[in-house]
Design a protein around this ligand. Structure first.
Ligand SMILES: *Cc1c(COP(=O)(O)O)cnc(C)c1O
Length: 460
């Protein structure tokens, strides 16, 4: 297997490099307590591999369900190499090398969004990146509300609860985007708005530019939760991608942004990142330092993080990946994102031609959401949910060619706008959702849609 050979070669090289470095110190006896029987170690790993068989085939192009795929071989080899030392990016003496790599990798992410001055660091996840942004917002605008849409990630509400911030839920339009009229009607209690360029469920892209313009008038902070969608910035101006370029360009005008390299950045979990447009927010973390310190190269990113221990290996993995797959529209990650986007556009077009599936929302990124509902057919929400459940199980169970999809429970309020032919006998409607986040997905979308079109043949 070519993929595994490359991975083994890279890991070998990395570990050899570390072993060479270790040799400069005097040899010492390793404690016998750490010795394990070679046979037992192999048996344990074999058992682990067997236990891990209880997974869906996330690596495969026929897996088109949740936002899951293995990291790139380069990322994994870099992670293993750095983890052999296991530096901790909590402080400079936890690992000077990976502290520098984190600075450089974060600079590349900031540059991708068009941030000039900024303060940012890696986090263990998008949830923590958002938590930090909301915590900063609540410190700068105490007693005000934080507004986000009903399609924002569920952890926004949870993290607001953690920091004790009151929230305002904004409804969405027929395309799953924050309803701008509803936002404009918000009263003086709001202090911060969270926009989502790329919602988790359907990949809807909020009108970041319009929200920023309104926020400027009202004096609101804006946080962009680009955990999922952030890397699409790379191809925002590619005509073939048909993205809303204005929304992506406006991320640089937001006060903070979260992005998850462990989603579209080919990284292993956990690698998130938070960026702030104003480096002076660093003073909230460390109040006795001069402001200028936070934009200087001397700053250690562990000093401006809510988390203490952070894997230096995560910074090493991201940094190394960006050496070979740079953040560019024309090579590296750009073409990978474009392939995913084109797969979604092709799947959408194919589904519409077939007339047996109803797109809930036209894809704005690489996620498709389809109701098993014929064009022009009227059906109840419960009936559609049942069709989806049957498809979900039947596709997976197919002996010839299994497909793996995900489900999305569309809330009735959005469904009333997006699915006018549904009779609402329930508070939601379960539909098919596929994250086409592998560049190989373009090759399977016709077969996938054909498989989904078999729903009329299924029996409960
Ligand atoms: C995945 C996701 C999150 C949560 O990020 P984790 O890394 O899973 O903690 C937040 N917001 C959006 C839009 C996401 O897609």
């Amino acid at each position: 297997m070519e993929r595994d050979e490359q991975l083994q070669d890279l890991i070998r090289r990395g570990l050899d490099g570390i072993a060479g470095w270790e040799q400069q110190w005097r040899p010492f006896e390793r404690a016998p307590a750490l010795d394990v029987d070679a046979q037992a170690a192999r048996a344990a790993i074999d058992e682990l591999a067997r236990r891990l068989h209880n997974n869906y085939p996330f690596f495969h192009s026929d897996y088109a369900g949740q936002m899951l795929k293995p990291p790139h071989e380069v990322a994994l080899a870099a992670y293993v190499t750095a983890a052999r030392i296991n530096p901790n990016n909590h402080a400079l003496d936890g690992g000077p090398a990976t502290a520098a790599l984190e600075h450089e990798a974060v600079a590349e992410l900031a540059h991708m969004f068009g941030y000039r001055e900024y303060l940012g660091h890696l986090t263990s996840s998008g949830t923590v990146a958002n938590l930090e942004a909301l915590w900063v917002a609540s410190r700068l605008k105490p007693e005000t509300r934080i507004a986000f849409s009903s399609e924002a990630h569920y952890t926004q509400a949870r993290m607001c609860d953690v920091i004790g911030a009151r929230t305002t839920l904004i409804p969405v339009d027929a395309r799953g985007r924050m309803d701008l009229d509803a936002l404009a009607r918000c009263g003086g209690e709001v202090g911060t708005v969270v926009v989502t360029p790329g919602t988790t469920a359907a990949g809807a892209v909020d009108a970041v530019d319009a929200v920023v313009a309104l926020a400027r008038e009202r004096g609101w902070r804006v946080h962009a939760d680009a955990s999922y969608g952030g890397f699409f910035s790379l191809i925002a101006n590619e005509p073939a991608a048909r993205l809303d370029a204005g929304a992506w360009a406006a991320i640089k005008d937001c006060d903070s942004v979260a992005i998850d390299p462990h989603k579209h950045g080919l990284q292993p979990y956990g690698c998130g990142c938070v960026l702030f447009a104003d480096p002076r927010v660093g003073a909230l973390y460390k109040h006795d330092s001069p402001y200028t310190y936070f934009s200087s190269g001397d700053l250690h990113l562990g000093e401006i993080s809510l988390e203490c221990s952070r894997a230096g290996a995560a910074a090493a993995a991201l940094w190394t990946t960006l050496r070979v797959l740079p953040l560019r529209p024309d090579k590296g990650l750009g073409p990978i994102l474009l392939a995913c986007r084109l797969a979604a556009l092709a799947a959408h077009a194919r589904a519409q031609r077939g007339g047996l599936l109803t797109p809930v929302i036209a894809p704005a990124l690489d996620i498709i959401a389809l109701a098993p509902l014929r064009a022009g057919e009227r059906a109840s929400a419960r009936a559609i949910s049942q069709r989806t459940e049957m498809l979900f199980s039947a596709l997976m169970a197919d002996q010839q060619r299994p497909f793996y999809i995900a489900k999305w429970r569309v809330a009735k309020a959005l469904g009333l706008l997006a699915l006018p032919d549904v009779e609402w006998d329930d508070d939601g409607c379960t539909v098919v959702r596929c994250a086409l986040m592998k560049p190989e997905h373009g090759a399977i979308v016709n077969d996938l849609i054909e498989a989904l079109e078999r729903w009329p043949l299924l029996r409960a």
